[in-house]
Design a protein around this ligand. Structure first.
Ligand code: DC
Length: 211
């Protein structure tokens, strides 16, 4: 039997991860965060001081990678990594590399009942035949406020206006790029995550009824 695939797409800081974690816990599905893979690549390039415009060097470096960790880490969440990940994600060869990591991951775990995978192009490109596609919508001011609170609560210094500017810039990059831009996938259900998480959960529970 084929694994069940649930895709979650949406802009930066829209709550994809929180929703994916909720589904993963409640339905015992494995969670795969595709953004984390772009961030891992960004960290490798940053460590090796490879310029994001030097495509030859990036290609060569990717070819040398033997294994990439799927582990979450706080060091992947910095503004520097966020921006670099968004920059390198415009290139088709980078996207192909990350997509293959996702296909291999799913193929390797045949016995797992289901996967919940979040990103920007999961329902539109990577897993077009998913069993359920979600697209998360939240306005940019609310996203910036939530991200700001998160950073302040974790003891980091942060400026709301800078976060909002960064979110808008990443939205622009994600939506306007030529390769796999952020779009609402065909057949996707739009989740309104502007209100409380309780409200969001009600929408998710309804859609997940058959799983
Ligand atoms: O979801 P995130 O913020 O961790 O993603 C980091 C960057 O990676 C994001 O700005 C764009 C890119 N990304 C992408 O292009 N496609 C995906 N499926 C996931 C992330």
């Amino acid at each position: 039997m084929r694994n069940i695939i649930i895709t979650i797409d949406g802009p930066a800081a829209s709550g994809k991860e929180k929703i994916a974690k909720f589904i993963s816990r409640k339905w015992k599905f494995k969670h795969l965060d595709s953004g984390l893979l772009y961030r891992r690549l960004a960290l490798i390039l940053l460590k090796d001081e490879i310029n994001d415009r030097d495509l030859k060097k990036i290609k060569k470096r990717i070819e040398k990678i033997k294994k990439i960790s799927f582990q979450k880490s706080k060091k992947l969440r910095t503004q520097e990594i966020s921006q670099l990940a968004s920059k390198i994600a415009i290139h088709q060869f980078v996207r192909q590399y990350v997509n293959n990591l996702q296909y291999n991951f799913v193929n390797k775990h045949k016995k797992i009942r289901g996967f919940v995978i979040d990103g920007r192009d999961i329902g539109s490109v990577v897993f077009k035949k998913a069993d359920l596609k979600l697209y998360i919508e939240v306005n940019s001011e609310i996203r910036a406020k939530r991200r700001y609170k998160q950073l302040i609560d974790s003891g980091e210094k942060s400026i709301y206006r800078k976060i909002l500017k960064d979110i808008k810039l990443r939205d622009k990059k994600d939506k306007l790029r030529k390769n796999s831009p952020l779009v609402i996938p065909d057949e996707a259900h739009i989740i309104n995550n502007n209100y409380s998480f309780k409200n969001t959960i009600v929408q998710i529970n309804k859609l997940m009824e058959n799983f």
